[in-house]
Structure formats: structure tokens, C-alpha cells
Design a binder for this molecule. Structure first.
Ligand SMILES: [Zn+2]
Length: 312
């Protein structure tokens, strides 16, 4: 919403809004226009409707966004841009909300430009919160060949292998949310994908059930999953041709670019929600990096404005 079109207090129309001086914003050295509503007498400014409203460090936002998708840890980011680490932590959540909206917009624009999606690859990335005894599963769906992430979820899963017993003893029984989260993701996918889409996955039993349930007319191609190459973060495969290249390469990119998902890192996830936030920022930057669509903030605004006029 633009400050000049509606009063934020009484929703009076443009005619009742008059300019009322300005103030100087030290943070980015800009003069900001103030407005007054003649109907209710309340004052506001051009900054009132911006996502950065009441932020004191606007200039760091674009750097922080980029750094979160470039394998940097919050402490280094804080040092780089000259703020407290708590500011970086709060910007993670703030940027994630913006990125989430942008990612949705990006997918909508992609479908508009490229038409319906024909093939999708799907798999789970395994990570953990705080300790390997508390693993997390991150199911991700990407467009075949293009590698654009269509959606993801974060689910707690019980520890497996030799850690299973230790984990139960130390932290008690851990819920397995992976099925619920995958179902929620497929629910989302039904809105994005046509019914005759093709899925490429590994031989996981639950994938077959999900695809049968949510996409009964879809084709499902199952490929054996190979051992990872040492340089490939465990996700890039040794073999000459990888049928699940799109998803594996996306996972390898995520592992290399999202600092908390690096192998053998000490920057671990402390809360699953923050991992989801971090993933959203990564996807935002990653889609820009792929350069498949040019969706600068300005073009997004124009698109949104065009859509509202179209919808009346
Ligand atoms: Zn008003």
C-alpha cells in the first residue's frame, strides 16, 4: 500500500490526505515525506507502509540477505556490516518473511512465463538441531533441470543408526513428523503442479504413497540412489550420469551455501523454525542467481499492481 492512497487509521481515501512537512532519517540520510489525514487528524509518513518501518539499520538488509545465502555465519555478518549479532538474528526472521512472499511470487511468475511444470524431483535432506541425536528431515521438491525449489518442509525425525539408543536415553522419544510434513508439502504442490506431472524420486516407500494419493494421474519414475562423491557434500554422485541430478545438485548447493547445513560444521541449527527461515532466504537468493526470471523488487511491485487492477 502506498502512503498517499489511504489513511492507515481511518482508511480515508486519497482526497483527505495532505502533505505535512518531512523529517530527516539519519539511518539512510533521506528526507521522508510526512502526511496528515484531514478526516481523523492522524499523521503518518511515507515510511509507515514500508517493510523496513521502524528499522534503525536499513542499510544492512541487502548485505545480510546475500550473506545468509553465501555461507556466512551470523557473527561474521555482524562484524562485516558493523551491527550487534542480535540485529542479524532479528533480520533473519524479518528477511525470511519477505523472501517467503517473494518466493511465492516468483513461482507464480515462473508458471506464467514458462507454462505448467512437466517434471519434478523430490527428496529429503537430512540435518539436525543442536546435536546429531536430534535429526531433522527437510523434504524438498525442485523443478527438473531448472532446479527451482517448489517447496520444502522441516520435520523432526528420531535418531537412526548407532545414535538411536544414545538419543533415546539422553533426550527421550523423539517424534517422527516427516510424514505429516511431507503430506503438507504435497498439499501445497497440488496447487502448483498439473495432475499429469512426472515425479522422479529414489525408492522411498512413502514417496510412492504420497504421489499415488495426491497425484493419482502422475507418472512416477524411481531411481536407485548412489553413493556420494567426497567433494560433493555427500549429495553429488560419483557415477557418470545421475538421474536425480537436479535434486542432488540443489542439495549440494544448499549444503555449500547455507552455513548451518555444511557438513561437519559447528554452526548448528538451534531451532527448526530458524532453519526454515534460512532456507527461505536461500531460495530467494538462489532463484535470483539462476537468472531464469528477472524479478527485481520493482518488477514484482509492478506485477502486483497490474494484478490488482486486473482483479478490479
Ligand atoms: Zn484518517
Amino acid at each position: 500500500m502506498d502512503a498517499t492512497t489511504q489513511c492507515p487509521s481511518c482508511a480515508a481515501s486519497r482526497q483527505s490526505i495532505v502533505r505535512d512537512g518531512h523529517f530527516f532519517r539519519a539511518d539512510d540520510a533521506k528526507a521522508v515525506q510526512r502526511y496528515r489525514c484531514k478526516a481523523c487528524g492522524k499523521k503518518f509518513s511515507a515510511a509507515t507502509f514500508k517493510p523496513t518501518y521502524r528499522q534503525k539499520k536499513r542499510r544492512i538488509n541487502s548485505t545480510i540477505r546475500f550473506c545468509f545465502a553465501s555461507n556466512m555465519c551470523p557473527r561474521d555478518m555482524a562484524e562485516l556490516v558493523g551491527v550487534n549479532i542480535k540485529t542479524v538474528a532479528s533480520r533473519l526472521r524479518w528477511q525470511a518473511a519477505l523472501s517467503r512472499r517473494k518466493n511465492r511470487e516468483y513461482l507464480r511468475a515462473y508458471l506464467d512465463v514458462q507454462g505448467p511444470i512437466k517434471c519434478v524431483q523430490f527428496d529429503d535432506l537430512i540435518t539436525f538441531e543442536h546435536t546429531k541425536c536430534k535429526p531433522l528431515s527437510v523434504p524438498v521438491a525442485v523443478i527438473n533441470d531448472q532446479r527451482i525449489p517448489l517447496g520444502f518442509g522441516v520435520a523432526s525425525i528420531p535418531a537412526f543408526g548407532h545414535l538411536a539408543k544414545i538419543s533415546r536415553k539422553k533426550y527421550g522419544k523423539r517424534d517422527d513428523e516427516s510424514r505429516v510434513v511431507r503430506e503438507a508439502l504435497f498439499e501445497e504442490l497440488t496447487a502448483l503442479l498439473p495432475s499429469d506431472v512426472c515425479f522422479k524420486t529414489d525408492g522411498h516407500a512413502h514417496y510412492r504413497q504420497l504421489i499415488k494419493h495426491y497425484f493419482p494421474h502422475a507418472e512416477h519414475q524411481v531411481f536407485q540412489s548412489d553413493r556420494g562423491a567426497i567433494v560433493g557434500q555427500g549429495e553429488l554422485k560419483k557415477t557418470t550420469f545421475d538421474n536425480l541430478f537436479s535434486i542432488n545438485h540443489t542439495f549440494a548447493t544448499i549444503r555449500a551455501k547455507v552455513n548451518r547445513l555444511n557438513r561437519r560444521t559447528w554452526c548448528t541449527t538451534k531451532k527448526p523454525e530458524r532453519l526454515a527461515d534460512h532456507m527461505d532466504i536461500f531460495i530467494d537468493v538462489f532463484c535470483d542467481r539462476l537468472k531464469l526470471l528477472n524479478l527485481a523488487p520493482r518488477t514484482l511491485q509492478q506485477r502486483a499492481a497490474k494484478q490488482t487492477t486486473e482483479w478490479g
